[in-house]
Design a protein around this ligand. Structure first.
Ligand SMILES: NC(=O)c1ccc[n+]([C@@H]2O[C@H](COP(=O)([O-])OP(=O)(O)OC[C@H]3O[C@@H](n4cnc5c(N)ncnc54)[C@H](OP(=O)(O)O)[C@@H]3O)[C@@H](O)[C@H]2O)c1
Length: 240
């Protein structure tokens, strides 16, 4: 059986990817904090797609979490690990004077360090089996500066840099790396950020998820933009 692990699968883009992969008959292991949502999603996926799906409650925002439990649980309950989706992430909007060390740590643990530690554990499974795909949900902000988003942007640029280099390291192991750069997407992401404006055009998370699965099926390394306009924006970003 094919299987996938998705972090941040209780809402938004991660949830939409879970449904798209369930349609393709992947067995799923979903990770997030909100158990009620994960429970509902698992039941719904089991009913609709008759595929195996379980969840783990893990807080990715600090060093005390038991990241290695994901690998142990997976090895006991699943066969091959085809896909790891590093999707969990949170935003931060504000001026530099207001930045607290705890915000910096929370952002970097959730958006970067947890992905690195989880990938480190799971790459071992992919290397042994001789294949696998790592999908990283990054953000167009890795290329495109926006004022007062500097902390968030720094986590996303670092995520991009880490996984672009890792792609080269893992190529001979037949492990592919797909980096995805969504722009503003209609999810819970903006809920607690107290933004004084709204992004004019929001993509649907389902659109992002469909694009992700389309590229997973190609079984190639890829840099994925959700629309041609986003691709153009990233090309022009050298001027900003
Ligand atoms: N929405 C956008 O405009 C946009 C644009 C570009 C990139 N992105 C990226 O897309 C990814 C998904 O975000 P989204 O837009 O789908 O937002 P979302 O609906 O808020 O989803 C975020 C997911 O991450 C999980 N998460 C957050 N903090 C966590 C923690 N400490 N431990 C474990 N899980 C945690 C959340 O689950 P729990 O709360 O249940 O833990 C949730 O499932 C993020 O990496 C984000 O940076 C979003």
């Amino acid at each position: 059986m094919k299987s996938a692990i998705i972090t941040g699968a209780s809402s938004g883009i991660g949830k939409a990817i879970a449904y798209e992969l369930a349609k393709e008959k992947y067995e799923l292991l979903l990770i997030a904090r909100r158990e009620n949502l994960l429970n509902e999603i698992c039941e719904d996926i089991r009913n609709k797609f008759k595929t195996k799906v379980n969840y783990l409650i893990i807080d990715l925002s600090n060093r005390n979490s038991n990241f290695s439990f994901i690998k142990d649980y997976f090895l006991e309950n699943y066969d091959n690990l085809n896909i790891l989706v590093n999707n969990a992430g949170i935003g931060y909007y504000g001026e530099i004077e207001n930045l607290r060390m705890e915000d910096i740590e929370r952002l970097f643990w959730t958006n970067l360090f947890s992905h690195i530690l989880i990938t480190k554990d799971l790459v071992d499974i992919m290397k042994k089996q001789g294949f696998g795909t790592i999908v990283n949900i990054i953000s167009l902000i890795a290329f495109f500066p926006i004022k007062k988003w500097s902390l968030y942007a720094s986590t996303k640029s670092a995520q991009m840099g880490f996984f672009k280099s890792l792609r080269r390291e893992l190529y001979r192991n037949r492990i592919r790396v797909i980096n995805v750069y969504p722009s503003a997407t209609e999810t819970e992401f903006f809920n607690n950020l107290n933004l004084p404006y709204r992004f004019p055009q929001l993509d649907k998370p389902e659109k992002v998820a469909k694009k992700v699965v389309k590229f997973i099926k190609k079984n190639k390394n890829a840099e994925v933009f959700i629309s041609p306009l986003h691709w153009l924006a990233h090309k022009l970003s050298v001027w900003f």
